[in-house]
Design a protein around this ligand. Structure first.
Ligand code: GDP
Ligand code: ZN
Length: 360
């Protein structure tokens, strides 16, 4: 028996050549059909798949449905949400890290939810400040310790595949455990003893979160912790700020970067004393520098490629390096190539750093 035509299972775990697939409340341990394997197809956690021989001892994955996204780190397909976990205190709430991660996520077209953990430790003033700064995004205050906000968080997570992002020590493992008491993720001190590489020696899995009869899935590996900015143009940066959106296009000068008073509609309307705006200015400088670096290295490549493989290749190199090319015009392939470039800056390198060094 195979599953009905319009239905699919969700790959939640992979071990060697076996895949756990969740379908209608049951988990099936499956193998991959030989012709898929021969065709070089790979299955990732998060993949939607069709199963055959459902009632046999070992159902077979007969088809992998088209992915809506394919993150490399963590290797999860079809991610709907990224839960950006920060602690309100201990370690301190780090606005610059939040802003950088938001930029990375929005660039990937992933939907961010800001989750401020350790709410049991923060005072009303800090809570209000975070709300003022980040209320433009979905925002939830929780405590893995006291249980505060966990129901609200579950409501957000049902029907979605979610990955976590955030520095170590903010309580990601504690949260995953609190959301699903069946999982026993290593937290706190033990985590430090095991050290770097804990999450890289095995595949990521998805864990079930129940709420009101509905189910959501959360990756157990905190993976999305890029601090390196994506390759965007300086003029594009402002489009990643939802609070700027009502005023975009209203500045007197078309090339306004919203860093000067002069005719700037955004500066006239938003709170320029906010941390978000201050960080915008800092990120703008960084985006400019990165752009210059990319331009310089693409000029170098151009010389090399010209000699090495001739005209056609040279044109494609030039195209990739051109500022002002709208993101919407990029082909899917180019986006994936770029992702694989910069998301290599991953949790391993970050975990090797002291969390304090992240405070940029
Ligand atoms: P991770 O590195 O992000 O996975 O963080 P852990 O889950 O390992 O948590 C780091 C430390 O913060 C541990 O000592 C936890 O007990 C503590 N912690 C986690 N969540 C909370 C919380 O909501 N409130 C308080 N007070 N401590 C927490
Ligand atoms: Zn402006």
């Amino acid at each position: 028996m195979s599953m009905p035509k319009n239905q699919a299972g969700l790959v939640i775990k992979q071990e060697a050549n076996f895949y756990s697939v969740a379908f209608e409340g049951t988990e099936y341990l499956c193998t991959m059909r030989a012709n898929l394997k021969k065709g070089g197809r790979t299955i990732r956690v998060g993949d939607r798949v069709r199963l055959e021989d459902l009632h046999e001892e070992r159902p077979v994955i007969s088809e992998i449905l088209r992915r809506t996204s394919a993150l490399k780190k963590p290797a999860v397909a079809n991610v709907d949400l990224v839960l950006l976990v920060m602690s309100g205190l201990n370690p301190d709430f780090n606005a610059m890290l939040v802003d950088r991660l938001l930029l990375c996520m929005l660039y990937e077209k992933l939907q961010p939810v800001i989750c401020v953990n350790k709410a049991d430790l923060i005072d009303e003033e800090l809570r209000e400040w975070i709300e003022e700064e980040y209320g433009v995004f979905p925002l939830v205050f929780v405590s893995a310790e006291s249980g505060e906000g966990l129901d609200t968080l579950k409501e957000i997570l049902v029907d979605q595949v979610t990955i976590l992002a955030g520095a170590s020590g903010v309580g990601k493992s504690s949260l995953v455990n609190a959301l699903n008491p069946d999982i026993d993720m290593v937290t706190g001190e033990v985590n430090e003893k095991i050290g770097v590489g804990k999450h890289t020696t095995r595949h990521v899995s998805l864990h079930k979160v129940h709420h009101d009869g509905e189910v959501g899935w959360v990756a157990d590996s905190p993976g999305f912790s890029n601090v390196k900015l994506p390759p965007i143009d300086r003029a594009e940066l402002s489009t990643y700020y939802p609070e700027f959106e009502p005023y975009l296009g209203q500045c007197e000068f078309d090339d306004c970067l919203h860093d000067h008073e002069d005719g700037c509609a955004i500066k006239a309307h938003i709170d320029t004393d906010s941390e978000r705006y201050y960080n915008y200015l800092r990120l703008l400088e960084e985006v400019k520098t990165l752009y210059k670096q990319r331009r310089d290295s693409s000029t170098k490549d151009e010389g090399l490629t010209k000699r090495a493989v001739g005209k056609n290749r040279k044109e494609s190199v030039l195209k990739l390096g051109t500022e002002g090319r709208a993101r919407s015009r990029r082909t899917q392939k180019q986006v994936i190539e770029q992702i694989s470039n910069w998301s290599d800056f991953d949790e391993e390198s970050l975990e090797a750093m002291n969390p304090d060094e992240w405070r940029i």
